[in-house]
Design a protein around this ligand. Structure first.
Ligand SMILES: [Zn+2]
Ligand SMILES: [Zn+2]
Length: 160
């Protein structure tokens, strides 16, 4: 099932919801601010065509990168190399630790799922069934949507 991660317009907290045809309002757990949502049958089938928050049709896809995991891997590598240094092992040993952990990070990163994000309101969509139809991030589109309030109506610019 598709999961939707809204950003509270008032305090910026994340609000996680599953699409539901009955739900037309969501409430922020932090500041209790309510905002309107518009779920339709497409959302119930994990098809992303319209944003349930701002009702735009312009999205981009990216890897669901877990920043915390990257930090943990880096800390583990630092601890291991400190221990190696303590035991008097040469730099080639702790350098190789970093390389191994970097490779692990790379493999984990590559295996991560793709997510779709709304240009206009930054709502994040996970487990989108038509994710292949969502193009990658386009700087020009982002600038025109965010700064000039342009609406591409779901017709992305050709990537250059
Ligand atoms: Zn809030
Ligand atoms: Zn939106």
């Amino acid at each position: 099932m598709m999961t939707v991660h809204f950003t509270c317009k008032n305090c910026g907290s994340g609000i996680h919801v599953y699409p539901s045809l009955e739900a037309n309002r969501i409430q922020c757990e932090i500041c209790q601010t309510q905002q309107e949502v518009h779920f339709d049958q497409n959302h119930m089938e994990a098809i992303l065509k319209d944003c349930p928050c701002c009702q735009r049709k312009d999205f981009y896809s990216q890897k669901d990168f877990n920043r915390k995991l990257g930090v943990i891997i880096f800390v583990v590598a630092a601890i291991i190399s400190t221990i190696m240094l303590w035991y008097g092992l040469g730099p080639q040993w702790y350098l190789s630790t970093f390389i191994v952990l970097y490779a692990m990070d790379f493999l984990l990163f590559r295996r991560l799922n793709m997510i779709a994000i709304c240009y206009k309101c930054a709502t994040i969509f996970r487990n989108v069934s038509n994710i292949e139809q969502v193009p990658g991030f386009n700087h020009e589109m982002n600038d025109r949507i965010v700064y000039a309030d342009h609406n591409f109506e779901g017709k992305p610019l050709d990537p250059h």
